[in-house]
Design a protein around this ligand. Structure first.
Ligand SMILES: Cc1cc2nc3c(=O)[nH]c(=O)nc-3n(C[C@H](O)[C@H](O)[C@H](O)COP(=O)(O)O)c2cc1C
Ligand code: SF4
Length: 458
């Protein structure tokens, strides 16, 4: 691994030179046409190959319905012109919310989602013209170990104990793990949320299985006893049952998606996709078995991600220039982190049996991201090019790429981790740099409140 460096490339040539010096598999296209191509997702067609990845704002109303800030986010995403909007984490049960303002779709608030979807589709059509209408996927989640449904104290729901992660959420190792009976009930909750999502106008739902939330941690629950732990079949049981239940509840045409961790970067036996001797080595065996399982179960859209954003290797999830508080600067170049994510997407796309896979890791590349995305699409290494932080910072990027031929460097995400810092401080998040009028004050407020809580705790 090479030394970490901040982004400082003035041209595509410089970026390619660096990739060659690092010896990473990385290409840039010279034709953006692949990004404009419509993509079939089951019975739906996305009008182009650009996607907004799920980006949680931690800012909904207490009942889970979209607040003014959340509405603003989705209208900006929709007006930005992406062909696929992958909506943020939306809890299927109250106790599985990652924060008290996490999105949650219920029978009581479904009308507000329906109204926002209608507005978002109007904004998309107005911005892009013609019949432009993005595909909308809602990410359904249970936050498991990272549940914090009330106040500032974690209320973890854990499938197994983990000597590294337990102390981070205040666990000592003797607490009960979640029961099989509790897990047996969850597919029904996913199905109910999916039915509400379909009726509100979503094209599909994602059974979220990433970032070490409940379903993700279950994939790695080798030391758990019972029907949800131990062997691969048991560890994938909840995900497989949730897919089945959602399909039964929503019918054949509704898109079932899955955003999953292909690699946890967490030591054996507590991680998924890791080498036994070195947890930073990738072992593709189980992750690709999972892709085949999902494909055979009728999952029609995939997105691989990796890592645990709550732990000390967030570059595995999102390559960055500056880290958030308490996170060490990694011992690898961000371009190596980007290439790792691209390699994962390539492997999943090869195994996905025609289902499009949404690639990620593009935001750090700034204005060169469309060239990298075009190269990956042209090579068949992904089905969509997704932007996470880039969508917060520069929601209009898809429109600029498709209609003006590129991204404005002055509007790009600078991978500063301030949006993550707000999340860690329990605030409402967005881009502190490019949307500073709204999120500058919220960043400062969240920092001050976190400092006051820390002082009180001392
Ligand atoms: C503030 C913030 C919120 C996020 N929210 C979600 C989320 O709700 N669901 C999810 O799967 N990933 C979430 N992510 C991860 C992103 O979707 C994405 O995988 C990651 O940022 C890497 O892509 P990028 O390099 O384009 O930012 C979030 C990331 C950040 C920084
Ligand atoms: S605060 Fe803005 S510029 Fe910084 S990482 Fe987040 S989206 Fe990017």
């Amino acid at each position: 691994m090479a030394k970490h460096e901040r982004f400082g490339f003035a041209s595509a040539g410089e970026l390619l030179e660096k990739a060659a010096a690092l010896g990473v598999d990385f290409a840039l296209g010279d034709d953006l046409a692949p990004l404009a191509k419509p993509v079939r997702v089951g019975a739906r067609i996305a009008p182009n190959s650009l996607a907004a990845l799920p980006m949680e704002g931690c800012d909904c109303e207490p009942d889970g319905s979209p607040s003014e800030l959340a509405e603003r986010r989705y209208l900006r995403f929709a007006g930005g012109g992406a062909g696929l909007l992958w909506w943020e984490a939306c809890a299927v049960v109250e106790e599985g919310r990652a924060n008290p303002l996490q999105m949650m779709l219920t029978a009581g608030n479904a009308k507000s989602f329906e109204a926002l979807l209608a507005k978002a589709n109007r904004a998309a059509g107005d911005a892009m013209g013609g019949g432009h209408r993005p595909i909308h996927i809602l990410q359904l989640t249970h936050s498991g170990r990272y549940s914090r449904p009330r106040g500032h104290r974690p209320m973890p729901v854990i499938p197994q104990h983990d000597p590294i992660l337990d102390p981070l959420v205040g666990l000592g190792g003797g607490e009960p793990v979640v029961t099989d009976a509790y897990l047996d009930e969850l597919p029904g909750r996913y199905a109910e949320s999916a039915r509400l999502a379909r009726d509100a106008g979503f094209d599909g739902v994602d059974i979220k299985a990433c970032h070490r939330y409940l379903v993700s941690e279950l994939l790695a629950s080798r030391v758990r006893d019972g029907r949800y732990g131990g062997n691969f079949e048991n560890r994938t049981r909840l995900l497989a049952e949730a897919v089945k239940a959602v399909r039964q509840a929503t019918g054949p045409d509704f898109v079932i998606a899955c955003r999953f961790n292909i690699f946890d970067a967490h030591p054996y036996p507590y991680g998924f996709g890791e080498g036994r001797d070195d947890f930073m080595d990738f072992d593709a065996d189980e992750p690709l078995r999972l892709v085949r399982l999902l494909r055979d179960a009728g999952v029609g859209l995939l997105s691989n991600t990796a890592g645990n954003p709550y732990y000390i290797y967030p570059q595995v999830t999102r390559p960055f220039d500056a880290s958030s508080q308490g996170i060490p600067v990694p011992d690898e170049h961000p371009l190596e982190s980007v290439a790792r994510l691209f390699g994962f997407t390539r492997a999943v796309q090869r195994a996905a049996g025609g289902a499009p896979v949404v690639g990620n890791g593009y935001s750090w590349l700034r204005q060169f991201a469309p060239l990298a995305g075009a190269a990956n699409l042209a090579a068949g290494d992904c089905g969509f090019v997704g932007f996470g932080r880039g969508s917060f910072a520069y929601p209009d990027a898809p429109r600029d790429i498709l209609l003006s031929g590129g991204m404005d460097p002055k509007k790009c995400c600078v991978a500063c981790s301030k949006c993550t810092q707000i999340m860690r401080d329990h605030g409402r998040t967005g881009c502190v740099v490019r949307d500073a009028g709204v999120y500058g004050p919220l960043f400062r407020e969240a920092r001050a409140e976190a400092a006051a809580r820390a002082a009180q705790a001392v």
